[in-house]
Design a protein around this ligand. Sequence first.
Ligand SMILES: Cc1cc2nc3c(=O)[nH]c(=O)nc-3n(C[C@H](O)[C@H](O)[C@H](O)COP(=O)(O)OP(=O)(O)OC[C@H]3O[C@@H](n4cnc5c(N)ncnc54)[C@H](O)[C@@H]3O)c2cc1C
Length: 389
Amino acid sequence: MNECADIIIIGGGIHGASLAFHLAGYGLRPLVLERKTLAAEATGHSSGLVRMHYDLEPESRLAWESFQYFRDWEARVGGDCGFRRTGFLQFVGPEYIPALRANIAMHQRLGIPSLLVTGEDVRRLAPAMEVGDIEFAAYEPESGYADPSSTTGSLMAAARQRGARLMQGCKVTGIKTYGGRVQGVQTTQGEFSACVVVDAAGAWAGEVARMAEVDVPITTWRHDTMFIRRPPELRLGHPTVIDFPKVIYFRPETGGLTLVGLEEGNVQGETPPEGEAVPDPGFVDRAVEQICKRIPAMENGSFHSSLRGYDGITPDQRPVLGQAGPDGFYLCCGFSGTGFKIGPAVGACMAELIVDGRSRTVDISSFNPERFARGDLLQGEHAYENIWR
Ligand SMILES: Cc1cc2nc3c(=O)[nH]c(=O)nc-3n(C[C@H](O)[C@H](O)[C@H](O)COP(=O)(O)OP(=O)(O)OC[C@H]3O[C@@H](n4cnc5c(N)ncnc54)[C@H](O)[C@@H]3O)c2cc1C
């Protein structure tokens, strides 16, 4: 088989599906090649937090543009993304309060609903939380979480309605180039031709880039999460929280559950297993210990389930977006454990870059792949330390 497509996208996660959706909006017929099934990897394991609080302005812009989709999904995409507005709180240690204030001011300048609140305000918002160590926090009343599998499924369904194609169970094994241009890909289901190929292969993006002789510093990042059944006294739930002092994040889930993720112990550089991965035995105990420090009544909860996922991570924990290596080869990867929430806008920007040569929705030029070779790593103007330890 040697089929032709306008554009080939390698990887059927949120980013492959979003890019296909936006490209198809230009009347193009992209082909998404996925070695497993749609949203089988990072996206399907994602905690789905949707917030705009970043210390880097272009990331907040991407999150804010994407939020317009999550809030108005049916009209913009169709189907359901499972967005739930819970309110979002960002907790930081005392050393980061000046940065927190400055970042909230940046968010407000972008039009993002974000407020500086006191520990006392937090107590009123979430009475079950122990917040003696929190002097100030950022509060985003409109933020919450979405369902990553439904989000990706509805983006891909809408893309297919517009003319895109999806092949599942189709692993890309090689990238064909000639005279410094990409020509297509070799796969377990034959060869496909296209003069544009996009690497949206998540934790495998470095491996895929090497098929085009592109060396990009993306390694794998492993992350475990768990669900707790909340006790009756916590049935009303709680906001979504990123809690730097306790090195965790958590959010409510339907069915009286709470999802907890740890921001330490996320091993890098491991080869993901072929089958479903399971968290280390000690993970659940550490996560429970931390969440009980913040919400003591969780002591009366019970374990529900845990899972492990892998994403691609870069040295500055920011994505890589742009052309690299042979003409027609693009990178849309390196989302470093925080890429779900920016999926809708990244797809729009990458489609603009591919079709028009520059992105308009948000300027993504600072995420260019050359920054690593130049030693020009991205850092927020009022930086927190890297999230993942
Ligand atoms: C446990 C966990 C929790 C997270 N929580 C959040 C969160 O709360 N909020 C947030 O914004 N982000 C979160 N993230 C990050 C976010 O989920 C990822 O950044 C995002 O899903 C990456 O999407 P992707 O499309 O780039 O990659 P993926 O979803 O991994 O998709 C890449 C796809 O490429 C396929 N592929 C790989 N190699 C090939 C090949 N050779 N041929 C064909 N297909 C190939 C894979 O099978 C995979 O399906 C989390 C990540 C994890 C792992």
